[in-house]
Ligand binder design. Sequence first.
Ligand code: SF4
Length: 384
Amino acid sequence: MVVTTTSLPLFVLGQGVDPHSERGVDCPGELPPASDPALVARARKAKEALGDRLFVLGHHYQRDEVIQFADVTGDSFKLAREAAARPEAEFIVFCGVHFMAESADILTSERQKVILPDLAAGCSMADMATFDQVEEAWEVLEDAGIAGVTVPVTYMNSSADIKAFCGRHGGAVCTSSNAKRALDWAFEQGEKVLFLPDQHLGRNTAVLEMGLSLDDCVVYNPHRPNGGLTDEQLRNAKMILWRGHCSVHGRFTAENVDDVRARVPGVNVLVHPECRHEVVTKADYVGSTEYIIKQLEAAPAGSTWAVGTELNLVRRLGTMFPDKTVMFLEKTVCYCSTMNRIDLPHLVRSLESLAAGQVVNQITVDPETTHWAKVALDRMLALP
Ligand code: SF4
């Protein structure tokens, strides 16, 4: 599969075939039935047969049935770096979502093949910024006379095309761990930042960590003419936030925080910066997935935590730290539906196909996109 720069039509998740999209692609091929009691043994056998030729990466939001086969677990950036640090592995099976597998392909050698067990495992946030939309937005900034002083910064959770766009236009990639450092760097290069695609991470970092005000931020809506903004609003803004969000973290509300505090006296509220500004300002602690794990690791026994992030991870944290009470911030269940698409049958199919000499669901980023995306990634890696 080669990434191109076409416009993305809207597909309902898992329906229709759009090989250029993060979303809605089906997964052709024979899958073992989920009811097969031998699935665990089959995955183990195929993995053993592949030996050092195989390296399995597991994102923190993956199901337990899949994560048990991961050679390493982590957030998207840690996993991409782990893949790059394993040049001997011919096959990288990425149990995560599409943009993560793309990043792994960008950072690994040409000899290595990156496999996503289900091609329909996209990311709704990454889909909210398409290449054509971002190109159009840049033209809007040019017409307003501010493109020359604007630095594009994209969150890791974006397609390779968007990372390449940032590389070409003097910008960089950031993660939720280094967003402040990336923005400090960007404001040294220019006067404004176009932040893609997560408005919440951009706003939370700018306002809570860099001392900018909410009035310094505007939201660019790619579905409205001129982004729904006047040229004056664009010229006055310091942070131009793309109108994108995570469907999981965007669900948490300020009422969730009030509610848990009323129900559970002494609870510590710990949330991810992809949550809305009003949630983050009410929380006790805010940080990336890796920060959340470390925070709970260091927490005193007997303490109680309401965690606002993906449910697979929150449940696993509860098991990892049985001496602490770990609960989900919201009352209703909320997994990342695209992360959850990677299940044991898809993993078994990928591993058994590889063991039989057949590469399925390989993710390949074309050389031009790889070059410019790597420029943006390298700028991030060079951050102080
Ligand atoms: S949790 Fe949110 S940002 Fe992460 S893959 Fe799912 S939709 Fe995308």
